[in-house]
Design a protein around this ligand. Structure first.
Ligand code: GDP
Ligand code: MG
Length: 163
């Protein structure tokens, strides 16, 4: 498996739900290194014929002494270092938050290609929130529903266009 994908974003946007859907029962390992990696999960992901290694950055939900922003960056830097493609996920129903925008600005300066993923787009409730993300300058926001398994073919197309 030569393609590695990291799922990034603030807490509660649906990163782990997407991870679980991509990996299914093929969970490879739970990282038990100390510190911020202790919570990280990675596995063999699949969308149709596309296979990849996928990293779920879960450490943001952990209680650390640092600021949320610092923790986010620490987790992200480690996952990014290994990733060929980063998925920056946000909650399209909630709309973009300042934290999402701040994080996107930082990611834009990194060398790893980024796909902006608008989650919770089942039905039509996510569409206004999906369109908001055009302002981030990360290309077309890919609307998905991690919970309902919608938009995954669009996500596959976006990954294949970058990888
Ligand atoms: P994480 O903190 O980014 O890993 O987010 P989780 O995967 O733990 O999900 C946070 C919450 O969002 C949970 O209550 C999920 O059930 C919910 N959620 C995840 N994906 C979707 C989705 O596609 N649509 C909706 N409506 N809720 C979702
Ligand atoms: Mg999670």
């Amino acid at each position: 498996m030569s393609l590695t994908i990291a799922i990034l974003g603030r807490p509660n946007v649906g990163k782990s739900t997407l991870f679980n859907r991509l990996v299914g029962k093929r969970l490879a390992l739970v990282d038990d290194l100390p510190g911020v990696t202790r919570d990280r999960r990675e596995g063999e992901g699949r969308i149709g014929t596309l296979r990849f290694r996928v990293i779920d950055t879960a450490g943001l939900e952990e209680a650390f002494d640092d600021s949320l922003e610092a923790r986010m960056r620490q987790q992200t830097e480690m996952a990014l270092a290994e990733a060929d493609v980063a998925l920056l996920m946000y909650d399209a129903r909630a709309g973009l938050t300042p934290l999402d925008s701040h994080f996107a600005g930082w990611l834009r300066e990194q060398s790893t290609p980024v796909i902006i993923v608008a989650n919770k787009c089942e039905g039509r409730a996510g569409e206004p929130g999906r369109l908001e993300a055009y302002e981030l300058g990360l290309g077309d926001p890919v609307g998905i529903s991690a919970e309902h398994g919608e938009g995954l073919v669009d996500l596959k197309d976006a990954i294949e266009a970058l990888a």
